[in-house]
Write a protein that binds this ligand. Structure first.
Ligand code: FAD
Length: 280
């Protein structure tokens, strides 16, 4: 194993471009170090970007978007009054990630990069329609987060690319909501989670821990866009089935996940008095 410690973003991109085998970026290390002792290290070369804070740790607001640098942590977001005011779901999700130790080290880019279906930062970013900015020596491109994953733990990032930032469009929003269900109220991996946003472009409903990747629930989104009314959680569950594929695992069962997700959505929509049949 070798650990590369570039002193600038340019050097990091150079190292990624010239590496004989793909380098694994490490930021906060809160995912990468979890299974450190069980992991084979022979094939592992790390690119330690954790000290490139000047270039990669920022919260920037332009007229069109909010930008989080690749080293921006959950804690940075929690401390930002601007974000609390304009993107409350980011603060809400950050508050529910691990405990303070994880919030101060863990980055939003690392949450995306780890590609876990249970990631808590990803659903809120996806519901806000975020873009992932990937940079290589040859330039950069922006990938919508909802198109970033190609399968379980698989993503579009190429070995020579680094996530350098995440951009979230600034839009008028009518509704926004995030809910995480775990075995307890803090420090628990998500059994089922959901983020919902309705903005000028329509509804986005995003669920985690119910599919191989954090996923948009397109059929439900379309029904909401068409002002479909729902009489009971079952009707929502039927629509969710087009997009989710929960499994039984050590944390929960597929049945629990599908039932809880549909009930959460139904009762939230009822509270928001949206798309529920009158009188219910
Ligand atoms: C005790 C504990 C509790 C936790 N609780 C939660 C929780 O409640 N919710 C939750 O969502 N997560 C939780 N996590 C997981 C973890 O903290 C988050 O996923 C965090 O966002 C990871 O960020 P990091 O900077 O530490 O990533 P790292 O561990 O440094 O990297 C994670 C992955 O992303 C890649 N990566 C990192 N940065 C980049 C980049 N700039 N470009 C390309 N790839 C990159 C790495 O190569 C690696 O594959 C927990 C972890 C621990 C140890």
């Amino acid at each position: 194993m070798h650990v590369y410690t570039p002193t600038s973003l340019d050097e990091a991109l150079e190292l990624l471009a010239n590496a004989a085998r793909p380098l694994t970026p490490i930021a906060g290390g809160t995912d990468l170090l979890v299974s450190w002792h069980q992991q084979a290290k022979d094939d592992l070369d790390l690119l330690d970007i954790s000290h490139l804070r000047e270039q990669l740790q920022h919260i920037r607001m332009t007229e069109e978007y909010l930008e989080l640098g690749a080293l921006t942590t959950f804690w940075d977001v929690l401390r930002s009054p601007k974000i609390a005011a304009e993107f409350p779901l980011l603060a809400e999700a950050a508050r529910q990630v691990g405990a303070v130790q994880i919030q101060t080290r863990g980055t939003w880019a690392g949450n995306i990069g780890n590609a876990s279906p249970a990631a808590d930062g990803v659903p809120v970013l996806m519901a806000y329609d975020a873009m992932v900015l990937l940079q290589s020596r040859g330039g950069w491109n922006a990938v919508p987060l909802h198109q970033y994953y190609t399968g379980y733990k698989q993503a579009r990032r190429q070995p020579e690319q680094l996530i350098v930032a995440i951009r979230v469009p600034r839009r008028e929003r009518e509704y926004e909501w995030f809910h995480k269900v775990g075995a307890r109220r803090a420090q628990a991996i998500t059994k089922v989670g959901v983020a919902v946003v309705k903005d000028t472009q329509g509804w986005r409903v995003v669920a985690n821990s119910v599919a191989p990747v954090v996923c948009r629930c397109r059929a439900l989104e379309q029904a909401l866009d068409n002002n479909t009314t729902f009489q009971n959680p079952k009707q929502i569950r039927q629509l969710l089935e087009a997009d989710i594929s929960p499994i039984d695992d050590i944390r929960s069962t597929a049945k629990y996940r599908a039932t809880v997700l549909s009930r959460l959505l139904y009762y939230w929509l009822r509270g928001a008095r949206k798309c529920i049949a009158p009188g219910i």
